[in-house]
Design a protein around this ligand. Structure first.
Ligand code: ATP
Length: 535
């Protein structure tokens, strides 16, 4: 039996067992979180001081997985596109940048408190959850009917005629329209009224005793300079994008870049999130991989469509299955955007945003031109005219990507002998350790032979040497950290210079010549293999 929780969510039976299944998902998520700690993937920050809310540290396995995710992204940008280059800008930036970008005035979330539980919520998230509840009700009815009518079931007809479905769909649509309008108008009173009218209760206290809705700025600030008088208020960047915008001219000129071209960057970002929960999904310190693609005005929607497709391809190339992904086009556009979509991934707690793709117009560059007083127009030699480029942005959170990869990879498998093995079916190129080298026994020259093999392979692959405990236990340890291959050196190896190569997922073993190990493994674990799927 195989339980991969992302899979079972995608195929969840929508019937009376629904709640049980939901609970099972929650349980598996808890198991995943403890697995991350137990095997050195993710630790709560400041653990011995009982942690710091929504801040996490990556352990010895986590850092390898994270680095491999970053490499996959970076290479897909900087290697596969001749017209994309990278930078690494500072976290601290001139404070006027955040005035120009709109973050000082508008990087807010609407918050609401429940007076009884004293818990704080994002008002927009409460309403989004309510929309999801209507969807759930509708899907439940559809699934029930599908089961009842079997093959003759016509879903479209059922959706357009069933009384209860139509009623819930009507309520959902009305709520959606009202919510979108309130967001677009920045109407906080109306947001509160929606929460009241929909009878949304606090999950902790169960009451509807809500405060007013207030705006809350998400930027962290600190002071730069030694004296209180001379100190300047600076911000910890809430996104890496602005570092790209303000370097756009430097890169364009020194790199002799011609439009269209892109600048990529990976780096930390900080947001004082109102509610930080779901492990590393929403953190206060996190990492982003962003790419701003500079294009001719008027061509931006074409490029937006292209990047939307390219980025989805990047996700799907990991092989978790297409049903794990969907687009979510935005109804409410940020002040700088003329098109936006999210790529959502099926997390243990439902489909959630992992990446945003935005057509940011010329908003940011125009603002920086205005606030800095410096011209940042691009002279287009083909058109013989100067203009401020338009920008398509792809922005993905490393940590959310990390969580999605782990969610889709975590499995519990019942073996023939009744034992359970926990394994991470990580795509081999992302696995922290590619290869474990094990002597069958700790004597007879087998450890020496195993070390010899490891010494030739360690320059190319991250290897682990393990001679402790039974071979079965050693395999289990490697399964739990997602090591795709284990090599076992036995007595015969001393004579025939061959070893057994065990596959993590199938548990099958093949006998291979030591001299061929390097090329066999390289072929299966290199990032190049996935990159080739992208072109
Ligand atoms: P959300 O709606 O979930 O708050 P967002 O739309 O504000 O996210 P963006 O500003 O588009 O997010 O940021 C781009 C990406 O950065 C997101 O898709 C996500 O992967 C990541 N990200 C944003 N905020 C956080 C956070 N607090 N913790 C971890 N990752 C984050």
């Amino acid at each position: 039996m195989l339980i991969s929780y992302a899979w079972s969510l995608a195929h969840r039976p929508i019937n009376s067992l629904f709640t049980l299944v939901e609970m099972a998902q929650e349980d598996i998520f808890k198991k995943l979180v403890s697995h991350c700690k137990e095997y050195g993937f993710v630790f709560p920050s400041s653990d011995i001081y009982d942690g710091l809310s929504a801040v996490y540290d990556y352990g010895q396995m986590g850092v390898e997985l994270k680095n491999n995710i970053k490499k996959y992204w970076w290479d897909s940008m900087a290697l596969l596109h001749e017209n994309i280059v990278g930078i690494d800008s500072a976290i601290f930036m001139h404070p006027t940048i955040w005035k120009a970008s709109g973050h000082v005035d508008a990087f807010n979330d609407p918050l609401i408190d429940n007076k009884d539980s004293k818990k704080r919520y994002r008002a927009d998230v409460l309403i989004e959850d309510q929309l999801a509840k209507y969807d759930e009700k509708i899907n439940k009815d559809v699934a029930k009917a599908a089961k009842r009518f079997g093959e003759s079931f016509d879903e479209a007809q059922f959706r357009s005629t069933n009384g209860r479905v139509l009623e819930n769909q009507g309520k959902r649509n009305a709520l959606h329209i009202r919510f979108t309008k309130a967001l677009n108008d920045g109407n906080l009173e109306e947001l509160r009224q929606i929460i009241v009218d929909e009878e949304i209760t606090c999950p902790i206290s169960g009451t509807r005793n809500w405060t007013e809705v207030r705006q809350f700025n998400l930027m962290f600030s600190t002071e730069m300079g030694s004296t209180a008088d001379g100190a300047m208020k600076v911000y910890l960047r809430p996104e890496t994008a602005q570092g790209i915008f303000v370097n756009y001219m430097n890169v364009q000129k020194t790199g002799r870049m011609k439009i269209p071209f892109g600048i990529a960057q990976i780096g930390k970002a900080f947001r004082n999130e109102i509610i930080a929960r779901q492990f590393i999904f929403r953190m206060r310190e996190f990492e982003q991989m962003e790419m701003q693609f500079f294009v001719r005005p008027g061509s931006e929607l074409e490029w937006f469509a292209k990047w939307k497709e390219l980025r989805m391809k990047w996700h799907k190339a990991l092989g978790f299955g297409d049903n794990h992904y969907r687009y979510h086009d935005h109804d409410k556009l940020a002040h700088y955007a003329n098109a936006a979509t999210d790529i959502e991934f099926l997390m243990p707690f439902g489909f959630k945003e992992v990446e945003g793709i935005h057509s940011r117009t010329d908003f940011d560059l125009s603002q920086h031109e205005k606030y800095s007083g410096k011209s940042i127009k691009y002279f287009d030699p083909e058109l013989n005219e100067s203009y401020i480029p338009y920008v398509i942005e792809t922005s993905i959170g490393v940590d959310r990507m990390f969580l999605s990869v782990l969610s889709a990879s975590y499995c519990e498998e019942t073996l023939g002998n009744g034992e359970t093995r926990v394994l991470l079916k990580l795509p081999a190129p992302l696995a922290p350790v590619k290869l474990a080298v094990m002597p069958l026994v700790k004597k007879d020259g087998l450890p020496e032979k195993a070390r010899e093999i490891m010494d030739t392979l360690k320059f190319q692959f991250h290897c682990q040497y393990d001679e402790k405990d039974s071979i079965g236990k050693r395999y289990r340890r490697q399964d739990a950290i997602g090591t795709p291959y284990c090599i076992t050196v036995d007595h015969q190896s001393l004579d025939d210079n061959c070893v057994t190569l065990r596959n993590r997922d199938t548990m099958q073993q093949e006998r291979v010549a030591i001299a061929e190990l390097n090329s066999i493994i390289a072929d299966r674990v290199s990032i190049t293999g996935i990159l080739k799927k992208l072109i």
